[in-house]
Structure formats: C-alpha cells, structure tokens
Design a protein around this ligand. Sequence first.
Ligand SMILES: Nc1ncnc2c1ncn2[C@@H]1O[C@H](COP(=O)(O)OP(=O)(O)OP(=O)(O)O)[C@@H](O)[C@H]1O
Length: 264
Amino acid sequence: MIMALIYIENLKYSYGNLNNSLRDVKYELNNGEKNIVIGPNGSGKTTFLKCILGILKTEKMIKIDNNYVENIREYTALSTNIKDALHLSGDLSVKEFIKYHMKLKLIKEDAAFNMLAYFKLDSLKNKRLSDLSTGQEKMVYNTIALSGDYKIILLDEPLSSIDPDRSRLLINIINKSKNSFIITTHDLDLIKKIEGSTLNIMVDGNLSEKISPGELIFSMNVNTTRPQDKFIEIRGNDRTIYLTYGKENNVINNIDDLLYLYEV
Ligand SMILES: Nc1ncnc2c1ncn2[C@@H]1O[C@H](COP(=O)(O)OP(=O)(O)OP(=O)(O)O)[C@@H](O)[C@H]1O
C-alpha cells in the first residue's frame, strides 16, 4: 500500500477546555499535490497547519512520510511561512534572518537571496525585520519557505497583504514546483491560478472531503437544508453545509460563487 505523504486521522485540537479548534479531521496529502484550504475566519486553518508542523502537540494522529510527527526531530523536508515556526532571536536584519534559517535547514543561502531578488526585494536585505511593512515581512517568510527543495511546503495565507505583481511571481513559483503544498487562503482566485489544485473547506474546525475545483462548478449548490443528494457535507457547530447538485439557490457557477459558503 502506498501511504500518502501526509496522513491524518481523528485529529482534534483544543487550545483550552472550551475551545474545539479542530474537531475530527481526516486528511491526506499526496506526492506533488497542491492542496488549497479555504474557510471562514477562525475556522481552524492555521491551527491545522501548526499541528502538522508539530508546533501544536497532538498524539499520534499525524503521519508524515509514515512517521508520527511527534517522533520527527529534524524534519528538513518540511517548510513553512508561519512566523511561529521560524525561530527568532532578537531583532535581526533580513539578511541575518535569512542566513540563520538557511544554515538551520542546511541550504545554501544563495537560494534564498536569489529568490529575494526574483521577488524584487533585494533592497530589504539590510532592513531590520521590525521595520518591514506587513507585506514585506510576509514576503520574507514566503521566501524562506520557498527557498530550497523541500518535499512539503505549508503556506499560511501567502498572498495576504502582497501586491499583484509579487502575487503573480509567487504563484509562478508554486506552479513550477514539483513539491507538495498545503496553502490556506481567503483568495478564492488562487484556486483557479494554482494549476491542478485540490480544495478542502474548513468550517468550525471540521474539514470537508477533498474536492477538485472542476467538480464544484457543475451547478453545485450551497445550502443547509438539503442533506439528500449531498455531494459534500461540511459539519459546523450549529449548522451543516451541504454541497448538492441542483440549481435552486446559491448555485456555484464559478469559483467566485464559493462566497456562498461564507454566507450560509
Ligand atoms: N493561541 C490561541 N489560543 C486560544 N485560541 C486560539 C489560539 N489560536 C487560535 N485560537 C482559536 O482557534 C480557532 C481557530 O483559529 P485559527 O487561527 O486556526 O483559524 P483560521 O481559520 O486560520 O482563521 P483566519 O482565517 O482568521 O486566519 C479560533 O476560534 C481561534 O480563536
């Protein structure tokens, strides 16, 4: 049996007693897959990535390359733009910060500096991290995540606060890459722009089954009242959202219509 690159079963995570941030997540990421996770604010997308990264501790629920995450000490095949996963020591310059991370990941620092130049961000090298704009800071983390040949790249909202030109450059890199990605986003356009992407929808800590975007736009209907003929069921706290075949209301004719998901 060929095991998925990331294999998750019964993943639950709570920050405190009252908070059920992830409810019972089942998930697989295959080799070379580019998986996009969308969902409303606070639905659990970042928490999901942090569990995979081992930043949040879980018990034998997540396997990467057939090893439990908690047993992986130095997983150099995994890369991310999540700030909490990037070790920070003091207020470094961008140059120092990049050098530090490339050394940590045993990657030639040129890889990251070339990427920075590709993003037309050479001028940031000597700036302090604390002096960067929100978008510039995000691009530095994206650069670190994408430099080097990582097997799995976890990008949390990589395009938030990023200008259209740099967004285009970043999407080009993802499209050219043969590696596997999980990308969280609120930018529904990304689903169209990342070639061959798959989609999961997170609602109230529940993750939908995997959907290929092509499947969605054949007159799918977003509703909370028609469990019969459901194609995808997404359980929320106090509602269940069904994607059904049909043309009554909230019909998905294109990716932008996924906005209905946020409205029901
Ligand atoms: N450090 C924390 N302590 C307590 N609760 C937290 C913490 N981080 C997140 N949460 C809660 O967990 C839930 C999921 O948060 P998470 O950040 O994973 O959502 P998200 O889908 O990434 O949201 P967004 O789209 O707004 O970035 C939310 O209810 C949030 O309030």
